[in-house]
Ligand binder design. Sequence first.
Ligand code: OFO
Length: 174
Amino acid sequence: MKMKISEQLAAEINDQINKEFYSEYYYLSMAAYLESENLPGFGNFFVVQAQEEHFHAMKFYQYLNDRGAKVKLEAIAKPKSDFKSALEVFELALEHEMYVSSRINNLMDIALADNDHASKGFLQWYVDEQVEEEANMEDYVNRLNRMGDHSYGILMLDKELAARVFTPPVAAKQ
Ligand code: OFO
């Protein structure tokens, strides 16, 4: 199949596939820490987050295939496994999402420079997703900050986070 996107955009998306799998790994590592701290609801939240990252990676994977570019998988970096608290986990998750947003914006900049309308449309989904992911993480950072050491509040939040389930976005099905 003839390649229908620029070499540069294909290479950057290929790299982003690695970053999305790293995100999956990073959030799974956060989940494992939270489970070990007897916070199964918090753990569940990050297991679901990891599933979302897997979905993001596969959506990029499919896109490269569809545009005639070959995916080349690279090694996934080892994630941090020691954390100080649930608050620190959410702070790091927020920081990570802000980093991912900057990478998605960079992909969009390339698609704009290439005047590649198909890629612009495709990447807009990620731009919107990042707004939601950052807002979500920030909300939990704020709530945990307000709670301080109140174990009742943390237990209630753990119960709330236990209810999160992974639902693949319908419009973006693989
Ligand atoms: Fe893939 O959005 Fe989070 O990292």
